[in-house]
Design a protein around this ligand. Structure first.
Ligand code: G6P
Length: 622
């Protein structure tokens, strides 16, 4: 999704903006641009299609753009193709071409989000004599601000608030006005935006890693607010134009956490950070051998009153929900329904005060997950968010929040955040079970002991990564892969398959092993790779039988199973052994070889592992 950055201070803005944009690359984009002000001179706008280094080359790494105040943008095309003319920043001026160079304009802006009624607004502006050079909704927003600014001769804040009440949709906007040389004005509704400050400078960004190197003092601008950002100072306004005080938050993440630290890719680094992410998350929830979820405010009374749990999430976070349902149902005996957030938001699900809706999200900004949360709240359910980014919108809006401590995750394909979510969901399941009396205190202690041992077991799996690297080199030219399993193993298969396809571009599917015969098995040909996840004792033989059915039709089989528990080597061509743990928690271990397999396959195919094509890490539009 689009990334926004901004800087105003004493230093040259362009190199800082380029650096910050490079830290947002993981969000996914197809063009980029900068606008920089040098005192009272006109804003200089430079844009480039494709990767950020084209923009860096065009501006001599930012040195060609003089000025200490500027905004930058990486664009993930929604309205209009990914061309130069559609790239941001957009200007209010009457220009031909792409709106680059020193542009005679009163307002210059960048935007993340979608303005739904832009056609209607564009027609209004056309009638008022405005012309448009791009196909974007952003140009419409910038020109609407310009229109109010001039019509009512009001200041930037009022011009922006008037615009905000006219536009529908989602937006994070950063705007510069010709008459206010060292200031940036920002506005937000439903799209992420943070503002960092230091003594003499201020920063804007769509996400924390973009500015972590420069400051840890951050404001989270609220929905329907405008911020006036000057060097070292930020003032917030509501829609009436009245000042509102906003708290400054200290980010605790390490700046190094957002660096590659010697690894070739962020994804590999983040897989290696899984033991720490899991341990830190566990330690925040289990203290002195006892589960302590007081940070969430979820009381035992609420837990006892729950009759139904609905989990809503997207992508890998949804896979965490798929895994969690088996664990919660089995341990706590509460019925669980898992829904894709994009479906949940439009379903007329009956919810009540006794329904707990759990929204899982790494970023805390995914548009569909946020919408699902709001629907759940409207319908009277109790809501709990499992979120990684402190202060994100989902975290702020949920009734209760459980933070995962994975630190910043940069690779688009999630690994450590998934693992942290999984462990958080497992501890929650144990807690629900303990409070409701469906597990005894002894069993609870035993389960917690198993959970505590998981980080070291993940480290042991990582020590054997060379074998997976070797296997991935053998299968790099495969065209189709099927991941199969039953029960929790099916949930693991879903995530293993997503990891593989999103970064290797090899077609892969996850199937509940018992479902293969109902159609999918016709796709099995000579050497089709079938990976069976075999961690559940009761279901193991059944899945192996399904794998054998594939083998009889030419499939090449790989199996993931626990050390010494089952003997699959006679049946399958390649076996990966993982350490044993309580079967409820097997996902935390079985996923690691699948993540490594996806990683090495992508590397072997020479692909952009951390930034796969067409994908965005944080999907902030519907
Ligand atoms: C995107 C990412 C996925 C992620 C999903 C949900 O599609 O590429 O890795 O699982 O969004 O993101 P969230 O931040 O809500 O967990």
């Amino acid at each position: 999704m689009c990334g926004i950055v901004g800087y105003t201070g004493r230093k040259q803005a362009a190199p800082i903006l380029l650096d910050s944009l490079s830290r947002l690359e993981y969000r996914g984009y197809d063009s980029a641009g900068l606008a920089v002000r040098n005192g009272t001179a006109l804003a200089e706008v430079v844009k480039a299609t494709g990767k950020l280094h084209h923009l860096a080359d065009k501006t001599d790494q930012g040195r060609a753009l003089a000025g200490c105040c500027g905004i930058g943008h990486t664009r993930w095309a929604t309205h209009g193709d990914p061309s130069l003319v559609n790239a941001h920043p957009h200007v209010s001026g009457n220009c031909s071409g792409s709106g680059s160079g020193a542009v005679e304009s009163d307002v210059v802006g960048v935007h993340n989000g979608i303005i739904e009624n832009y056609t209607e607004l564009k027609e209004k502006l056309l009638r008022r004599g405005y012309t448009f050079y791009s196909e974007t909704d952003t140009e419409v927003a910038v020109k609407l601000v310009d229109y109010y600014y001039k019509k009512y001769k009001i200041g930037p804040v009022d011009a922006i608030t008037r615009t905000m009440v006219r536009i529908r949709g989602s937006y994070a906007l950063a705007l510069m006005f010709k008459d206010f040389p060292d200031e940036i004005f920002a506005a937000r509704k439903d799209s992420p935006l943070i503002i960092g400050t230091d003594e003499e400078e201020s920063f804007l960004a769509s996400d924390v890693p973009a500015i972590l190197k420069y400051t840890r003092q951050v404001y989270y601008i609220d929905n329907h607010q405008v911020a006036r950002v000057s060097p070292g100072k930020v003032v917030f306004y509501d829609l009436n134009g009245d000042e509102v005080p906003m708290p400054l938050t200290e980010i605790t993440w390490d700046a190094e956490a957002a660096e590659k630290g010697g690894y070739e890719h962020f994804m590999l680094k983040e897989i290696h950070e899984e033991p720490a992410a899991v341990r830190d998350t566990l330690n925040s929830m289990v203290k002195d051998g006892k589960i302590d979820l007081s940070q969430t405010g979820l009381t035992e009374d609420v837990i006892r009153s729950i009759e139904q749990i609905d989990i809503a999430a997207c992508g890998s976070a949804w896979h965490v929900g798929m895994a969690a349902q088996y664990v919660i149902e089995d341990l706590a005996e509460i019925p669980v329904r898992v829904e894709l957030a994009s479906e949940f938001r439009y379903r007329k699900l009956p919810l009540s005060r006794n329904t707990l809706v759990i929204v899982i999200s790494q970023s805390g900004e995914t548009a569909d997950s946020l919408a699902a949360l709001r629907v759940a709240k409207e319908r009277g359910a109790v809501t709990l968010a499992i979120v990684n980014v402190i202060g994100s919108t989902i975290a702020r809006e949920a009734d209760h929040v459980l933070y995962t401590l994975a630190g910043p995750e940069i690779a688009v394909a999630t690994t450590k955040a998934y693992s942290a979510q999984l462990i958080a969901a497992d501890v929650l399941a144990v807690h629900l079970a303990a409070v409701r009396g469906t597990v005894s205190p002894e069993r609870e202690a035993g389960l917690l002991e198993e959970l505590a041992a998981i980080p070291d077991k993940i480290s042991r799996i990582l020590e054997e990564k060379d074998r997976l690297q070797w296997f991935s080199s053998k299968m790099a030219n495969t065209h189709d892969i099927f991941f199969i399993g039953r029960g929790l193993d099916y949930a693991i298969s879903l995530e293993g398959s997503l990891k593989m396809k999103e970064i290797s571009y090899i077609h892969s599917e996850a199937y509940a092993a018992g479902e293969l015969k109902h159609g999918t098995i016709s796709l099995i040909e000579n050497n089709t790779l079938v990976i069976g996840v075999l961690t559940q004792k009761e279901l193991y033989e059944k899945t192996v039988s399904n794998m054998m059915e594939c083998k009889s039709r030419g499939a090449f089989l790989a199996g993931i199973t626990t050390n010494g528990n089952f003997s699959v080597e006679d049946s399958v061509n390649f076996t990966v052994y993982i350490p044993k743990t309580d079967e409820h928690f097997m996902a935390s271990l079985a996923i690691v070889p699948l993540q490594l397999l996806a990683y090495y396959t992508s590397v072997n195919r020479g692909l952009d592992v951390d930034k796969p094509r067409n994908l965005a890490k944080s999907v902030t539009v519907e």
